[in-house]
Design a protein around this ligand. Structure first.
Ligand SMILES: Nc1ncnc2c1ncn2[C@@H]1O[C@H](COP(=O)(O)OP(=O)(O)OP(=O)(O)O)[C@@H](O)[C@H]1O
Length: 266
C-alpha cells in the first residue's frame, strides 16, 4: 500500500487570502476521504500532491521518495488525478484519443495503448462513445472519461476531486465498485467529497479540513461519533444518524445496513 507523507507543508495563494499549513499528515489507508466546507483547502492539497502547485515550504513523500525528485513519467505512475471539472482535463478530438493521449505520456507503443484504451473505456461504460468528441458527451460521461484516462495509466495513488458530482446512480455504483477494486489491488484511493453518506458507508479513513488545516484524521465511525466535532467543522452526519438521533437514539450508525446489523444483534 502506498504511503503519502506531508511534513511542515505550507502554501499561500499570491493574494495571501488563504494559507494552508499541514504539520505532519500520513495517508496510508486504501480508501481515504478528504472532507470539509467549501474553501477549506481540499483541492489545494490535491494540486500540491500532483505538482500543479508548489509548496512554499515542506515536503511531500510517497513511499519515502520526495515527489519533486521523480521524473515526469514516474510521477504520473505514482499519482494520478481527476479534477472536479472534467473540462479542465479533456482536450482531444475523440474519447479514445483522450485516453491514448494519457497513455502516450508513459508509453510510446501505439498498439498496446490502443488496446489498453479500449479496456478502460469498457470498464467505465464508454465503449460505444469511443469515436465521439468528448464535448458531445454528457457531464456524467465526461467525468467517467477522466476516470478512464487515469485508470489507463494505473498510478499507485488515485486522487479524485468530487468524483460523484453530477453522476447518475448506476454510474455512482460503478465508480464505487471500481474504487474497491483498486484498493483491493493495493492502490490507494483518496477522494474529496461532500457526500457524508458515501464517506460513512465506503471509506476506511477520513481527514477533515478547515481553514487550510487538517483538524481530524481517523475512521468514519470515530468522526461521526464525535457530534461536537462534526458540528464544529460544519459537516452533516450521515442521513441514517440524523434520523436515529431525531428518534432519540444517540448511537453511531454509518449506513442503514450498519443500523440493521446492530439491531439484529440486540
Ligand atoms: N488560484 C487561486 N488563487 C487565489 N485563491 C484561490 C485559488 N484557488 C483557490 N483559492 C482559494 O483558496 C481557498 C481554498 O480553495 P480550495 O479550492 O482548495 O478549497 P476546497 O476545500 O477544495 O473547496 P470546495 O469544496 O469548494 O472545492 C479558497 O478560499 C479559494 O477561494
Amino acid at each position: 500500500m502506498p504511503k503519502i507523507e506531508l511534513h511542515h507543508l505550507q502554501f499561500s495563494y499570491p493574494e495571501k487570502s488563504f494559507n494552508l499549513a499541514v504539520e505532519n499528515q500520513v495517508f496510508a489507508d486504501s480508501m481515504a476521504a478528504i472532507v470539509g466546507q467549501n474553501g477549506a483547502g481540499k483541492s489545494t492539497i490535491f494540486k500540491l500532491l500532483t505538482g500543479l502547485l508548489k509548496a512554499t515550504t515542506g515536503t511531500i513523500k510517497v513511499n519515502g521518495t520526495e515527489l519533486g525528485e521523480l521524473k515526469p513519467a514516474d510521477r504520473l505512475k505514482t499519482i494520478g488525478i481527476t479534477f472536479q471539472n472534467p473540462d479542465d482535463q479533456l482536450f482531444n478530438a475523440t474519447v479514445k484519443r483522450e485516453v491514448e493521449w494519457s497513455l502516450s505520456q508513459i508509453s510510446s507503443d501505439k498498439a498496446i495503448n490502443s488496446q489498453r484504451a479500449d479496456q478502460v473505456l469498457e470498464k467505465v461504460g464508454l465503449t460505444e462513445k469511443a469515436e465521439e468528441n468528448p464535448y458531445d458527451l454528457s457531464l456524467s460521461e465526461r467525468k467517467l472519461l477522466t476516470v478512464a484516462t487515469v485508470l489507463a495509466v494505473d498510478p499507485a495513488v488515485y486522487l479524485f476531486d468530487e468524483p460523484m458530482m453530477s453522476l447518475d446512480w448506476p454510474s455512482k455504483q460503478m465508480l464505487t465498485d471500481i474504487f474497491h477494486e483498486l484498493s483491493a489491488d493495493g492502490h490507494q484511493v483518496i477522494t474529496i467529497t461532500h457526500d457524508m453518506d458515501w464517506v460513512a458507508a465506503e471509506f476506511s479513513s477520513v481527514a477533515v479540513m478547515e481553514h487550510g488545516r487538517i483538524k481530524f484524521t481517523g475512521a468514519p465511525r470515530e468522526l461521526f461519533g464525535d457530534r461536537d466535532l462534526v458540528q464544529r467543522v460544519g459537516l452533516l452526519p450521515p442521513k441514517i444518524m440524523a434520523l436515529t438521533q431525531m428518534l432519540g437514539d444517540p448511537k453511531t450508525y454509518l449506513s442503514p445496513e450498519d443500523y440493521q446489523v446492530k439491531h439484529q444483534n440486540m
